[in-house]
Design a protein around this ligand. Structure first.
Ligand SMILES: [Zn+2]
Ligand SMILES: [Zn+2]
Length: 350
């Protein structure tokens, strides 16, 4: 076993403490990644605070982190995709059953037997706990690691592994491209990536937000319009306007009000997950032959495609880098939406 350390929560809602633990030895198909940056995803906070129970139980001690970028420092005998010194990334899961239809189709996040999450989960043996990226290193099968190109701003690449793929996958699935009108609801960690990626795909992007102060940022990120959803007249005027609406809002809100802004045959894709059920009236769906869809991150092939797309289009996340001693503060500020737009922990000297 490999002795290592990270930052763990030992009980829901308490502070992070330095935590010594073991990673498995590097097997024939494994790589060891020395972690450079780990993004702070809102789902880290939900799980660290046990807010998704009972749907997703929180298991402690918990080392969160599933937006990981680092450098390979050891490779197993049969590894072909990586060599020592290469950059590598890890997203939300690190293994899956490998033979169900989802795994065979490269959408391992929907593994019928349940994939092994990067943290707050177990390996596929259902026994060995997984610990995430707020740590020194990670041992992962190369099949579940992503290639990261050199020459990028790596701290801004880390959040692509969750926030990037979460928004890229539905935009691809619903074939967003030039001439289309895309609305991104909510301008946080997910939303700001959605704006950048949809704009790079050639769509005309509008940000829907309750904070008029975000208009300047929205435009700087690539949006051509901004709609304050508290402005009832503006919302009414936007009826039927958008081909696709990407809903990144994680607070409870009325889906119907947003569906009304979607065009005939249009699509609203939900990627934000409120902690409670959301009310909406079927009329807003039936009226315009509309689709209300969901999407969960992306599989390994598409995550690689997204990283390559972002490298090609020079897209990274806007981040604020912190030292591990400031994780608790970063959590509080993330909950208050007081970050533009993602905290990333510098794990180099951790
Ligand atoms: Zn995430
Ligand atoms: Zn599977």
């Amino acid at each position: 076993m490999i002795e290592t350390n990270g930052y763990a929560i030992h009980e829901a809602g308490t502070d992070f403490k330095s935590f010594n633990f073991e990673r498995r030895d590097v097997g024939p198909h494994d790589i060891l990644i020395e972690i450079l940056y780990a993004g702070i995803c809102h789902s880290d906070i939900h799980q660290a605070r046990a807010e998704w129970e009972p749907i997703i139980p929180s298991v402690f001690p918990m080392v969160p982190g599933h937006e990981i970028v680092g450098r390979v420092s050891r490779v197993g005998a049969n590894v072909t995709k990586f060599k020592d010194g290469d950059l590598a990334g890890i997203g939300c899961f690190v293994d899956s059953c490998r033979d169900c239809p989802a795994c065979e189709g490269g959408i391992e996040q929907y593994c019928i037997k349940g994939s092994a999450q990067t943290y707050n989960s177990t390996e596929m043996d259902r026994v060995t706990p997984t610990y995430g990226g707020y740590s020194k290193n990670y041992v992962v099968d190369e099949k579940y690691a992503l290639k990261v190109q050199e020459g990028q701003d790596l701290k801004g690449v880390a959040p692509l592994l969750c926030a990037g793929i979460t928004t890229y996958s539905p935009l691809r699935r619903w074939k967003v491209g030039p001439g289309q009108k895309v609305a991104v609801a909510g301008l946080g960690g997910l939303g700001h990536m959605g704006v950048k990626i949809a704009a790079a795909m050639g769509a005309e992007v509008t940000v829907l937000s309750t904070s008029p102060t975000k208009e300047k940022d929205a435009r700087a990120l690539g949006a051509t319009s901004f709609l304050n959803v508290r402005d009832e007249e503006a919302v009414k005027a936007a009826r039927g306007r958008f081909d696709l609406l990407l809903d990144t809002i994680s607070a409870v809100h009325d889906y119907g009000a947003y569906l009304n802004m979607v065009t005939l045959n249009g699509v609203m894709v939900v990627v934000g997950m409120p902690t409670e059920s959301v009310p909406f009236h079927a009329a807003s769906l039936i009226g315009g032959n509309k689709v209300l869809a969901g999407s969960l991150i992306g599989g390994i092939p598409e995550t690689q495609e997204m990283l390559d797309f972002c490298a090609e289009h020079n897209i990274t996340s806007d981040v604020e880098v912190i030292d591990p001693s400031r994780i608790a503060e970063a959590y509080d500020r993330t909950v208050k939406a007081d970050v533009r737009y993602r905290f990333v922990i510098d794990m180099k000297n951790a």
